[in-house]
Write a protein that binds this ligand. Structure first.
Ligand code: ZN
Ligand code: ZN
Length: 365
């Protein structure tokens, strides 16, 4: 499908402006003219889940191709699947299209970490990894390794009520007689041993959740997305596509309902802990839980992420930086040669200790 893309022209030289993570404004790379992005007084609202679900189709709209022509140089090119913002591959002019999914993003955390800053943080992080292969360190000198993405996320609020059944374990002590050998002679002694007395219990616990975050894009693995948390949700701003200018941006591919199923998995440990505290005693067993999720609300937000991927020994390693807080996560490649040398040279306990964790991390995958 053909879409008309837009870009923000520079009001002073006629070139184009991109969002700057330094100034928080649209900035021209040619004449440095800046344009303020008006901060809307609109409050970032949470939206009712049930009502929304009734008004939309259940699964996200599949849109295979998103073709556009550059507003500056006229060249035709295609957006990546689910992308709503990119730069012209020929002249680098930003190209932004409207969101096509039924639920539009209502809020955004703008980039506050620049590409330069992200790269130096990334380099420092890799340098502290002794087993990283040299090829990896060299690759970091390439300026294009980092891609700035706004990735869609659902944040869910819900009040939960959970009925549970289980057992409470209380410790008690018994005195038992044991035979020991002392000075070659058998002897009877009395010792204290602990036992657990189990009692059937049942009850109800209430937990209110705010902003349970679920990534809604397949561009970065879910485990990396989860590790990028926490996000500072109070700093969400009302959505404006000016923040996207110059960056890649995507809309959701994980539906609202599907996302909530994933959110349940994230809430479950908190509910279980609350149940265990409610049961009390020294040990707890939970045999069944039935949770109702009431008052469900959500936000559809875009979060800023720097990503990089590195191919080494036929395997791809992915990295990401939370571009709000600077937190880095990723899988790291290990040089087997370096590990072998470390193991051979691990003559002292100190050396072994230093590398132990890295070696274990390697073998544990
Ligand atoms: Zn300009
Ligand atoms: Zn162009």
């Amino acid at each position: 499908m053909q879409f008309t893309s837009t870009h923000y022209a520079c009001p002073s030289c006629g070139a184009y402006q991109k969002f700057s993570a330094i100034t928080g404004k649209l900035t021209c790379e040619f004449c440095t003219a800046q344009t303020e992005i008006p901060t809307s007084s609109e409050i970032v609202e949470t939206i009712d889940f049930k009502e929304t679900l009734l008004s939309i189709r259940n699964t996200p709209i599949p849109i295979d191709s998103r073709d556009t022509s550059c507003q500056k140089c006229g060249a035709s090119f295609a957006f990546k699947p689910h992308s709503i913002s990119t730069n012209c591959p020929y002249c680098d002019v930003p190209a932004i299209i409207e969101c096509l999914q039924e639920i539009k993003p209502k809020s955004i955390i703008p980039f506050s970490i620049t590409r330069k800053d992200a790269r130096s943080r990334f380099k420092k992080w890799v340098a502290s990894r002794w087993f990283a292969p040299n090829a990896f360190k060299k690759y970091l000198n390439d300026n294009k390794i980092l891609l700035g993405y706004y990735l869609p996320h659902w944040t869910y609020d819900t009040d939960t009520t959970s009925q549970y059944r289980g057992e409470r374990g209380d410790k008690y002590y018994v005195t038992v007689t044991k035979t020991v050998v002392e000075d070659g002679r058998e002897k009877q002694v009395q010792v204290q041993e602990s036992r657990i007395r189990w009692t059937s219990v049942s009850g109800t616990v209430y937990v209110d959740f705010n902003d349970v975050i679920v990534g809604a894009s397949p561009t970065i693995s879910r485990s990396i997305l989860d590790s990028l948390e926490p996000w500072e949700i109070p700093k969400l701003l009302p959505f404006d596509d000016k923040y996207l200018s110059g960056f890649e941006a995507e809309e959701y591919t994980t539906g609202l309902d599907e996302g909530f199923t994933l959110a349940k998995d994230k809430m479950s440990p908190t509910i279980r802990n609350k149940i265990k505290r409610d049961i009390g005693g020294d040990e707890q067993r939970i045999s069944s839980t039935n949770t109702q999720y009431n008052n469900k609300k959500f936000k559809n937000a875009l979060f800023p992420i720097w990503t990089a991927s590195f191919k080494w020994n036929k395997k791809e390693y992915n990295y990401a930086i939370n571009a709000q807080t600077g937190k880095i996560v990723g899988e790291r490649p290990y040089s087997i040669v370096k590990i072998a040398f470390a193991v051979m040279g691990a003559g002292t306990i100190i050396t072994a200790g230093v590398y132990y964790q890295e070696i274990m991390a390697y073998f544990m995958g």
